[in-house]
Design a protein around this ligand. Sequence first.
Ligand code: COA
Length: 197
Amino acid sequence: MHSARLPSSDGYRTGLRRSPGADRGALVRFLSENVFPFHVIPRPTAEDANRAIEAGHYDGREHATLWARDPDGTIIGVVRLDDLDDDTPMVDLRLAEAQRGRGLGAKVLAAATDYVFSTMPITNRFEGQTREDNVAMRRTFLRCGWVKEAHYRDGWPIEGQAPLASVAYSVLRRDWESGTSTPVNWDDDPEVAALSR
Ligand SMILES: CC(C)(COP(=O)(O)OP(=O)(O)OC[C@H]1O[C@@H](n2cnc3c(N)ncnc32)[C@H](O)[C@@H]1OP(=O)(O)O)[C@@H](O)C(=O)NCCC(=O)NCCS
């Protein structure tokens, strides 16, 4: 158990937009005016974004979209929550290009984690996956006390290229409450561990 306190969101916050409705234009602009080099669709067009919103990927029973705001209230990114009908929602965090490279991803992820655990009583775990070469996102998860739980080899398709691994991290409600990180017990069964060596 690591006892360091998880980082604070430092005034960075998320605001729920269960229905992009009035914000739809802003969401479409955000998605189509920024490049997301590690996403399956790195350069969504406005048409792609509208299609995804219409298909229900940004709101409804299973999905919600949060604007990430700095302490002045300026929008700096978007957090999408998936699998909200399950007790382990998934996160997709995207900062605007101009906001990257300054550690803000960790503040937004901390704010999103606070938001999920404080407003969603059934949620016990909060999970995210990223491409293996997305070092900034992997370090952001670790900086926020999230723990690596899986490395899905060839699990991330890339158009025109061989697939890469998808790496999964999560944070537990009890760790969020206590400000600790409980490591995965990979060798829980010594006989099974011996067989896999
Ligand atoms: C991924 C993202 C949220 C990270 O947030 P960020 O604030 O830009 O992260 P930073 O660039 O400050 O990097 C975080 C850490 O990774 C390190 N890092 C970043 N790129 C790195 C690289 N190529 N090699 C080594 N370290 C790197 C930084 O030094 C920093 O380290 P620290 O925690 O020790 O200070 C943001 O860059 C983003 O929105 N990217 C596009 C969308 C995306 O890929 N989202 C992930 C979807 S799951």
